[in-house]
Design a protein around this ligand. Sequence first.
Ligand code: NAP
Length: 283
Amino acid sequence: MILIDGKKVAAELREELKQEVSELKAKHNKAPGLTVILIGDMVPSQIYVRMKEKAANEVGLKSEVIRYPEAVEEKAVLNKIEELNKDESVSGILVQLPLPKHIDKQKVIETIAPAKDVDGFHPINVGNLSSGYESTIPCTPLGCYLLIKKFEKNLSGKNAVVVGRSNLNGKPMTQLLLKENCTVTITHSKTKDLKGECLKADIIVAAVGIPELVKGDWVKKDTIVIDVGINKTDKGIVGDVAFDEVSKVAKAITPVPGGVGPMTIACLLKNTIECFKRLNSQN
Ligand code: NAP
């Protein structure tokens, strides 16, 4: 079994991005800029935003965090996004989710200019991805995709099973694997025989949110297993895959932590740089 070391791959990617940022700065006389909007004081969101800000600074991006109290009016947030859409020093806008109940998430996502939507959640980016056009790809599935490709260059004809159909993970992951000519099965909570589906897979991507759902006898040997799950349990953080069992069978597997997680942040930086390049492609 090969352990797919997301921490190492992410560190290599960040190093490449650092170099690219320095070249872009020299060429355009300005750095790509990432602006994060953080609403309220939920601890996990605060931690994620701090990690994103630190990573952005490390590769040389211009980063800014705009903080609002929990009770901020929706209109104030939408106005700020409109302002950032027009601000030439901003290449990427991210609104940290989840949002307070009185703020309409979809309205917020749709107000971000698609060209600055570093999360890839805007319907224009979602549509472009599913049509096979250039788009910004959501950071976590992009990270999974890069890990799979690092390990296996040619995915054509492979059977891929994606467990979970969220807009954040499962659906964009499916599109990425389809684009690589995999035969993709997307499964969810109503799937009748999840074990049977997984047993047909050459590649499994699990994004469910149920600790250790995917068991050792659900996986055939020679399968690549990518575990997106981050679940807090009594024994610490575990993924959606029973690592101890599955790692005895699979050809390759990502650990939790240290697998997909570090790639998500690196891909946010990558997306910000891609947005900058597209916005400045005429110069
Ligand atoms: P989500 O929006 O809650 O979606 C979960 C999906 O799993 C749904 O499609 C659901 O099916 C499906 N599901 C639930 N129970 C199932 C079962 N018994 N069998 C098969 N499918 C089942 O979750 P998410 O946002 O995609 O997140 C999934 C996990 O990834 C979570 O642990 C989250 O913390 C983690 N995550 C990690 C990262 C990272 O950077 N590593 C980033 C984001 C999320 P239905 O559609 O039928 O309800």
